[in-house]
Design a protein around this ligand. Structure first.
Ligand code: AFP
Length: 331
């Protein structure tokens, strides 16, 4: 049985053990957790409170219609992090430019990047969605953070993780000292430790990819997916296909059960800063891998706030095997 521990207690314990984790970081996480509780409450009420369902009139930087809950989640997170005073700058999948901290907020030493509501096209159909976050240290001089603070490679992340709003709401996060899961107890209103030191199976039996894009995939991906479908009992094939279309939900299932998630090139969709890098840190800390096919995701030097990358992430042996297929196609 897991010890009875709230996420705040866990963060404080980590702070004692881990020299990279400070009291300021605990404050930041406490604010993020508070924001997630508010978002979780409204996601759970979405079917009842029609005002939070549906679309707004605005379009985000990718030309997608912004859902009302996306707007709401973005505002809640920005306010919570502004108020905590530990963040110098923010960036979000839903905002074209960096988000400066509000005037009057004190200027913290951390940088917060987030996808406020990943999988938002699933909001109206009661499917699990989530918030993904990535925390860096400020590297620029001066009081306020800059774009350079946001454009740091994933291996420099101080912490990363996600909240999933599903049959229950969970937080899964890492500060580089393993991956830990917390389940929101609705009666206590607290995220309670439920999965300590999550390890993802070295190899899975699940693959997750949008097969409708088959004609757009590179040759290596096409051959790899055909390989997974071949019957070979000894090697555990064929694999099962599971694809929700909500990255947090697909990633979370594969993290716990083992498997591989793929959103390959040559026209990638997922964003490095808000999806790829944070989930790559979680995957690696749980014993898995994340690659573009040719490059470790955590090593990529970001060029822009909304850079997209091919993302292949999951169980160690499965991702290695995928890379073999991709490399075989490189002349
Ligand atoms: P939305 O946030 O617009 O629903 O997009 C979700 C997402 O970014 C990610 O969560 C999914 O894994 C991926 O897109 C699904 O994309 P496809 O619909 O192209 O398969």
């Amino acid at each position: 049985m897991n010890p009875i521990k709230t996420v705040q207690q866990h963060i404080l314990d980590e702070q004692g053990r881990h020299p990279g984790v400070s009291g300021d970081f605990s404050d930041l996480m406490t604010s993020l957790v508070m924001a997630a509780k508010v978002i979780s409450r409204d996601v759970n009420r979405a079917g009842l409170v029609k005002t939070v369902l549906g679309k707004t009139d605005s379009v985000n930087v990718y030309g997608e219609t912004v859902m009302k809950l996306d707007d709401f989640a973005q505002q809640v997170i920005c306010q919570a992090l502004d108020n905590c005073g530990r963040v110098c700058v923010m960036a979000s999948e839903e905002s074209e430019n960096i988000i400066p901290v509000a005037e009057g907020s004190s200027k913290g030493e951390y940088v917060a990047l987030f996808d406020p509501l990943d999988g938002s096209s699933n909001i109206d159909v009661n499917t699990s969605i989530g918030t993904i976050f990535s925390i860096h240290r400020k590297i620029s001089d001066g009081d306020y953070g800059t774009a350079a603070d946001c454009l740091q490679p994933g291996f420099k992340q101080v912490a990363a993780g996600y909240f999933i709003y599903g049959s229950s709401s969970m937080l899964v996060y890492t500060t580089g000292n393993g991956v830990h899961g917390f389940t929101l107890d609705p009666a206590l209103g607290e995220f309670m430790l439920s999965l300590e030191h999550i390890r993802t199976p070295k190899r899975g039996k699940i693959y997750s990819i949008n097969e409708g894009n088959l004609t757009k995939w590179d040759e290596g991906t096409r051959k790899y997916i055909s390989y997974l479908k071949e019957k070979d009992g000894g090697a555990g094939r064929p694999y099962s296909l599971r694809y929700i279309g909500s990255l947090v939900a697909d990633f979370h299932r594969n993290l716990l059960k083992g498997g591989i998630f793929l959103y390959p090139g040559p026209k990638p969709k997922l964003r490095l800063l808000y999806e790829g890098a944070p989930l790559a840190m979680v995957a690696e800390q749980a014993g898995g891998l994340a690659t573009t096919g040719t490059e470790r995701v955590l090593d990529i030097e970001p060029m822009s706030l909304h850079q997209r990358i091919p993302l292949i992430i999951g169980s160690y042996d499965d991702v290695l095997k995928y890379q073999e297929f991709v490399r075989a196609e490189i002349p």
